[in-house]
Design a protein. Structure first.
Length: 746
């Protein structure tokens, strides 16, 4: 089976992000340690009354009968490390009424003042574990010496319960995974977080949303410079995430099942999709409208409240199909502004500025209901946030439409209607069952998908497609636009000088949007590419820059730097005449002369600089190439190097070796190179000594080392080229690797 690499990358990203999200949740719970299993506490009767021991049939344990007060059991004589236990699991059954569960404990740091955690215990007849989360409690720490469990009635009715077993959940990955399974997927299990504790157990909805967003981000980061591969990987990633979210949502113990209201929500979503012509279907207009009408009728019959929420979004999608562009834009703009009316109305009522209408009196804070909906339908937030993340990172040409304006307004209205259902009691009572509160959000999710569809439909296969067309040059711009383009060009140059690459890219993107074919844009693109050492992009920008004439001094500077980096020595020499006479350009020109077998021209190029000390050491090296001892001695004075310094001693030995021969200075050169291995002139002296002794390979290696240690030693490249040329003539081998030599830089 042939599996595309993008598919494997997408699957790997989803798996990696799932593992990381799980590790994050376990870390928050403190369950990443290797704590061993704890011995379960043996609860025994306390002195309190109303507690009996029951041992009949299959039921064995403590029977709590809090008729006249709290019924208590305890486990004493413990040496429990609090960090090794995540929660206390109480296996209960035959709970005849709602009870309040109180857990108390004593620590070695405070044996007189007990800590307590309370939770509600709902009535149930079957055997059911109740997990009391202890991690996150401010006083669940150090060593626990005693645990007390108390049950008491919360209402007027008398209730009792049977506790068959108590166990401590270990603080290790296995225990943490069991806790997550009980909280998210186990049916008939109750995980209670005490009011005193910080809730470190993430809701399933938040956990799924974290996986969706991080998976999409990882895939986009891997293929950030390959748009076509990024689009293919994001498609696979989105499909895998959708299936995973659906499965995990169905496995959760709070999913309401496939109800009539959810069927009505899906029918309403289908009607909205059919109304949006951006979705290409093999149907003409009238059949699509007929099918949309049928789906709307089905939605109204199954879930009238959901159909009412989807009515205004459907009208907005129809307005978005108007043939006239101006009319469509006007209606979409007006309808979008009208979406603010409900928010302003609610704000005015809340501030007492206007009397509340009968429909809005009283209003309910919808946050608790929204939280309940998110918990019961954990996949919806994850799908919505993952969709937005994929839309943000989806590759597309700059000219493509990013959003469907009509669908954006429709999604705002759909979300407004869903929140209104949750916050207005007179509307909320119309819900036939609790699943309606989930179904009312399905139209908003469908409209969000329609809003993001235009960008998903367009994919940028190459970077060139991201440039806005038609391309404009300076002659196509107004005076204001040209001034703006020039300001962005100056910003690119300034940010590159400060090594702020993000700001430079931002300014370059603005220049490409204004005039992608402009001379200034090409120059800015060349400068950015050179700053990032992207020679391929730099060559492309250079071709565009040279196509527009005449070239300025700044253009020659940028082109000269590119030619210098790519090793085009003759081009460097040609461009230098019209480039800026600065240190960098002069050094590049001199190096080009040296590598073109003309060191005397390199010497003339450096001598035009007014400050004799700037290139003094390099001039010394150039004189040594031609064995001009008097000129080398005079240039050595301008360097300011002391003759008693190791560098000065190395130059003295190199000069003396040319007069007296290598034997007289061999010991001094070897000593300097041994004691100062990081000194470029010392390694150059060692190379000259080895060359005179006939060790050509050793001399070449020393010259290359000297160039790497001291940038001023670049004239030694001439010696390396001569060695390679003589070796090639002697052995008829291949040409020397000039690219390797050029990579050393001047």
């Amino acid at each position: 089976m042939n599996v595309r690499p993008t598919t494997l990358v997408a699957l790997g990203a989803v798996a990696l992000c799932t593992v990381l999200a799980l590790a994050l949740q376990l870390w928050l719970l403190g369950a990443l340690g290797s704590s061993g299993s704890n011995r379960d506490p043996e609860l025994v009767l306390s002195a309190a009354a109303n507690t009996t021991v029951e041992s009949s049939g299959a039921v064995q344990g403590l029977r709590f009968d809090p008729l006249r007060g709290a019924a208590v059991a305890q486990a004493a004589g413990l040496t429990l490390n609090a960090s090794s236990a995540l929660a206390l699991i109480l296996h209960t059954q035959d709970v005849t009424g709602n009870l309040r569960l109180t857990l108390g404990w004593l620590t070695t740091s405070d044996l007189r003042r007990p800590a307590t955690a309370t939770a509600a215990l709902a009535a149930h007849a079957d055997a059911r574990p109740v997990t009391l989360l202890l991690t996150g409690h401010p006083r669940w720490k150090e060593t626990i010496t005693r645990i007390v469990v108390a049950l008491e009635n919360t209402g007027a009715t008398n209730a009792h319960a049977t506790l068959t077993r108590a166990e401590l959940l270990p603080a290790n990955p296995a225990g943490g995974s069991r806790l997550l399974g009980d909280a998210w997927f186990a049916s008939g299990s109750t995980v209670a977080t005490p009011d005193e504790s910080a809730n470190r157990l993430l809701p399933l909805a938040f956990w799924l949303a974290l996986i969706c967003i991080s998976s999409v981000a990882v895939v986009a980061l891997i293929y950030r410079k390959r748009p076509e591969s990024r689009a293919a990987a994001l498609r696979v990633c989105s499909g895998v995430l959708a299936v995973a979210v659906l499965i995990l949502t169905l496995l959760s113990n709070r999913w309401p099942g496939w109800t009539v209201s959810l069927g009505g929500g899906l029918a309403a979503a289908l009607a909205l999709v059919l109304l949006d012509r951006a979705i290409t279907l093999p149907l003409s207009s009238w059949p699509r409208l007929m099918l949309a009408a049928v789906a709307a009728v089905i939605a109204a019959g199954l879930a009238p409240l959901v159909a009412a929420v989807a009515f205004v979004p459907a009208v907005m999608l129809l307005l978005g199909q108007l043939p006239s562009t101006s009319q469509r834009a006007l209606w979409v703009r007006v309808a979008g502004l009208m979406a603010l009316i409900p928010a302003f109305l609610l704000a005015a009522v809340a501030q007492g500025m206007i009397p509340p209408p009968s429909l809005l009196s009283p209003l309910i804070d919808p946050t608790q209901t929204l939280t309940a909906v998110a918990i019961r339908a954990g996949g919806l937030p994850g799908v919505a946030l993952g969709l937005l993340a994929a839309h943000r990172l989806w590759p597309s040409p700059a000219t493509s439409l990013r959003w469907s304006n009509a669908a954006v307004g429709a999604s705002v209205w759909a979300l407004t209607g869903a929140v209104a259902v949750l916050s207005i009691p007179k509307i909320a009572v119309l819900a036939t069952d609790s699943s309606t509160y989930i179904a009312v959000f399905i139209p908003a999710l469908a409209c969000l998908a329609l809003a993001t569809f235009p960008k998903f439909q367009s994919i940028a296969h190459t970077v060139d497609e991201t440039v806005i067309e038609p391309s404009k040059s300076e002659s196509d711009l107004s005076a204001q636009a040209l001034a703006l383009l020039e300001s962005h060009g100056e910003r690119v140059q300034a940010t590159l000088a400060r090594r702020e690459m993000g700001a430079a890219h931002s300014a370059l993107a603005q220049m490409q949007r204004i005039a992608s074919a402009a001379h200034l844009t090409a120059l800015a693109q060349l400068r950015v590419a050179l700053a990032e050492n992207d020679l391929v992009s730099a060559s492309t920008a250079a071709k565009q820059l040279e196509a527009s004439t005449p070239l300025s001094v700044a253009d020659h500077d940028a082109l000269l730097e590119l030619a210098h980096r790519t090793g085009e020595h003759s081009r460097v020499i040609a461009l230098a005449a019209d480039a800026t006479q600065n240190e960098g350009n002069l050094r590049a020109l001199a190096l080009a002369h040296v590598l073109s077998n003309a060191p005397e021209k390199a010497l003339r190029a450096l001598r035009v600089w007014p400050d004799e000390r700037t290139f003094a050491q390099e001039i010394v090296e150039l004189h040594l190439l031609s064995d001009d001892l008097s000129a080398a001695q005079q240039a050595l004075v301008h360097t300011g190097i002391g003759m008693t310094e190791p560098t000065g001693e190395a130059y003295v030995s190199r000069l003396g070796m040319r007069v007296q021969g290598p034997q007289q200075h061999a010991d001094a050169i070897n000593s300097i190179a041994t004691w100062h291995p990081q000194l470029g002139p010392a390694q150059a002296a060692q190379g000259e000594l080895l060359l005179r002794q006939g060790n050509v390979a050793g001399a070449r290696a020393r010259f290359l080392l000297a160039i790497k240690l001291d940038t001023a030693m670049w004239p030694l490249r001439y010696r390396v080229l001569r060695i390679d040329a003589e070796s090639r003539n002697a052995t008829s081998d291949a040409a020397p690797d000039h690219a390797f030599l050029n990579s050393l830089g001047a």
